[in-house]
Ligand binder design. Structure first.
Ligand SMILES: Nc1ncnc2c1ncn2[C@@H]1O[C@H](COP(=O)(O)OP(=O)(O)OP(=O)(O)O)[C@@H](O)[C@H]1O
Length: 327
């Protein structure tokens, strides 16, 4: 369904910056109906790769094919038509804030010139499917993060795409909401046979839904394979690091720092932990549940400098007794 052959991408030098080689000799083949994950650290080239697949960027070398068509050789009009077959969801949802949930999902159908009756039928069906019929008249600002992403998913599905590109689609969500969104994506893949290409820096996301995966570093794919196989036999040191990220998950982590917060302070604490996560700190929720005493425990692990930074950011809550920490 998606085939990248010998892809290179160089962003040319600008007055204030040198040329950047974002991708080098990338070869990937993703079959129809597959859920494929691309994992890598920040700057590895994941977003550039995704943007090549929907034609927002063109490669400097090599070819990108989606459903048998060479994306980089299409005219603007052909590309617009082709893009209707490719849905996309984003980390920050990219919803239209002045439109209701219903109108957000209707938008791509209006652009495609569908009749009013068709639009009504389709939007009602999609909102039902993602569990948001009740919130049809709400505005995005009135929704939780998980609900916003459900709108994003419904909108991406409006034109019956064959491929759904997911750009860090769960990175702004808490673990529980992440699981429910991943579950929804899995169901959509199974029911509709849509091919999913997902980029992330979180191995647990890959582990939860992907069939196969690629690991990227400095613009290159350094390892590919079945998720199961890479989990049990990672060969590249970076793949091992990503696997380790998950293996340390809810298990007792002897070297980690435990942070316990009340569910009341959770939103603020979670914001701080998200920033730490983006800076390479491993954050795992112990047991993944709110305990009887209404306390949530996380285990954090990472470079000393980043750990100091996150503990410093949490200081205010520690002083208020809202957060407790111990090594
Ligand atoms: N439009 C652009 N112009 C110049 N350089 C760019 C452009 N887009 C990306 N790059 C560079 O290409 C490299 C790969 O970036 P890319 O955003 O694809 O990585 P990534 O793995 O998605 O990282 P992140 O998760 O931080 O978005 C980086 O060095 C980045 O600075």
């Amino acid at each position: 369904m998606i085939e990248l052959k010998g892809i290179g991408k160089v962003f040319p030098a600008r007055r204030s910056s040198e040329a950047v080689r974002a991708l080098e000799n990338v070869n990937l083949k993703i079959g129809a109906g597959e859920i494929f994950g691309v994992i890598g650290r920040s700057g590895a080239g994941k977003s550039t790769l995704l943007r090549l697949v929907n034609g927002l960027e063109s490669p400097t070398e090599g070819s990108v094919q989606v459903d048998g068509r060479e994306i980089s050789r299409l005219s603007e009009a052909e590309l617009r038509a082709e893009r209707q077959k490719i849905g996309m969801i984003f980390q920050h949802f990219n919803l239209l804030w002045s439109r209701t949930v219903w109108q957000n999902v209707a938008f791509p159908l209006e652009v495609a010139g569908k009749s009013k009756a068709d639009i009504r039928k389709k939007v009602d069906y999609l909102l039902e499917r993602v569990g948001l019929s009740e919130r049809a008249d709400a505005y995005p600002a009135q929704l939780s993060g998980g609900q916003k992403q459900r709108v994003g998913i419904a909108r991406a599905l409006a034109n019956d795409p064959k491929v759904l590109l997911c750009d860090e689609a769960t990175s702004a969500l808490d673990p529980e909401t992440t699981s429910s969104i991943l579950q929804l994506l899995k169901e959509i893949n199974e029911e509709m046979g849509i091919t999913l290409l997902l980029i992330t820096h979180e191995m647990d996301v890959v582990q939860e839904i992907c069939h196969r995966m690629a690991v990227m570093e400095e613009g290159q794919v350094i390892e590919t394979g079945e998720v199961e196989q890479l989990f049990h036999h990672p060969t590249h040191p970076l793949t091992r690091q990503f696997v380790h990220q998950v293996e340390r998950a809810p298990a007792e982590s002897p070297s980690g720092v435990r942070i316990t917060c009340s569910s009341q302070s959770f939103p603020q604490v979670w914001g701080i932990l998200q920033t730490a996560k983006n800076n390479g700190v491993t954050v795992n929720m112990l047991g993944g549940e709110v305990s009887e005493e209404d306390q949530i425990t996380f285990v954090l692990d990472g470079a000393q400098e980043e750990m100091d930074r996150v503990l410093h950011s949490l200081e205010e809550y520690r002083l208020q007794g809202e957060v407790k920490s111990r090594v």
